[in-house]
Design a protein around this ligand. Structure first.
Ligand code: 3PG
Length: 403
């Protein structure tokens, strides 16, 4: 980005891809982390007098206009937070976008409507995506520059992330650069001990990440819904807990590989065992060896790591020099099952070690539990993108920038 700024952008259109995919409750943004993270690059460009046009997606509309996925309320939150003028277009490449872009003032930021309202954005057909890219270029003019600042979308081979970068001079935004710097250090050169806490519901979503971390991390602490497949792989009954039976053999193989390659798997030794998946469910703490043997029995399910496991996890985190955390270790949205996730978040907040929170629900979990972003070293804006980066996959949005 500095290279582009050094060239001078005053009066020039700059098309920026931001990740403004935030959770909404009706028209209220419930976590504006990604909007805040997108502001610095927009401000730098606006301050330099560029005519900034922002492309972004919201949710997964089915390639057509769908008001519940309109970026209007996101843009209005952006405008509240920004100290530069923000306007919005009612369409993406239509007459409103064209008219507003052509009458844009220097230093003004124009937010286009959801790029996914056009089916070509996510098309698998190169020429369809290319045609959409050409229409986006027509909105800003052929002498515009492109900046990709949407780290959360770099794993998508979509028009606004990929094809557009083949048509305009393309630059990496500061947010993407920071994410890449932090995550690459994490997997290539972490200070040791390097401890990873993994949670979330589906083990199948995390297998590739675990696979790539074996031999790199010193310890992998496993909690959340995915943890019960590990408990089952140890030979214990897990009642009605989340379980992916078809992954048990892979998990067993990983446990063996961990031993051989110097990565210790730290699994739950006790669990908060509940009578139902409900905030007011009856619950008790059970050791993993006999989850089904208490008053709740085999109809129960695990909804959080137990107090002994929480202590163990906190100790590993306290002794680490680098910590990566992905995914809540319990159903933190329900008070009775939030303590495990709170303990992990607190342990990360307390340590002097480099801490990275990333992927999926972890960032909203820490914010919803009342923690501030500045209590952590880095909160990644990526969900799937951070995980795919850590899996070591090629990411189209980075490849096209030559990164
Ligand atoms: C995310 O929320 O992880 C990014 O914005 C990408 O969204 P997507 O998974 O719908 O492509």
């Amino acid at each position: 980005l500095d290279e582009l700024l050094a060239d001078g952008v005053e009066g020039r259109h700059v098309l920026v891809r931001s990740d403004l995919n935030v959770p909404l409750d009706g028209t209220t943004v419930t976590d504006d982390g990604r909007i805040k993270a997108s502001l610095p690059v927009l401000k730098k460009l606006a301050d330099a007098g560029a005519r900034v046009v922002v492309m972004a997606h919201l949710g997964r509309p089915k390639g057509q206009v769908d008001p519940q996925f309109s970026l209007a309320s996101v843009a209005s939150r952006l405008s509240e937070l920004a100290d530069f003028p923000v306007t919005t277009a009612e369409d993406t490449v239509g007459s409103d976008a064209q008219a507003k872009a052509s009458s844009q003032q220097n230093g003004e930021v124009l937010v286009l409507e959801n790029v996914r309202f056009d089916p070509r954005e996510t098309s698998k057909d190169d020429s369809e995506r290319g045609a959409f890219a050409d229409e986006l270029v027509a909105v800003v003019g052929g002498d515009a520059a492109y900046v990709d600042d949407a780290f959360g979308a770099v794993h998508r081979k979509h028009t606004s992330v990929y094809d557009i970068a083949t048509r305009l001079p393309a630059f990496m935004g500061d947010l993407v650069k920071t994410e890449v710097d932090v995550l690459s250090k994490l997997i290539e050169n972490p200070e040791r001990p390097f401890v990873v806490v993994m949670g979330g519901s589906k083990v199948s979503d995390k297998l590739a990440v675990i696979d790539n971390l074996i031999g790199k991390a010193d310890a992998l602490l496993i909690g959340g819904g995915m943890g019960y497949t590990f408990t089952a792989a140890q030979g214990y009954n897990v009642g009605k807990s989340l379980l992916e039976k078809d992954q048990i053999d892979t998990v067993k193989e990983y446990l063996e590989r961990g031993k051989a390659e110097g990565t210790e798997f730290v699994l739950a030794t006790d669990v908060v065992w509940a009578s139902a998946f409900a905030a007011d469910a009856d619950h008790e703490v059970r050791p993993v060896e006999s989850l089904e043997d208490g008053k709740i029995g085999a109809e129960g399910l695990g909804l959080d790591i137990g107090p002994e496991t929480q202590k163990t996890f906190a100790r590993y985190i306290a002794e680490a020099r680098t910590v990566f955390w992905n995914g809540p270790v319990g159903v933190f949205e329900m008070e009775a099952f939030a303590q495990g996730t709170k303990t992990v978040a607190q342990a990360l907040a307390d340590t002097e070690a480099m801490t990275v929170v990333g992927g999926g629900d972890s960032a909203s979990a820490v914010r919803n539990l009342g923690f501030d972003d500045d209590q952590f070293g880095h909160i990644s804006t990526g969900g799937g993108a951070s995980l795919e980066y850590i899996e070591g996959k090629d990411l189209p949005g980075l490849d096209v920038l030559g990164a």
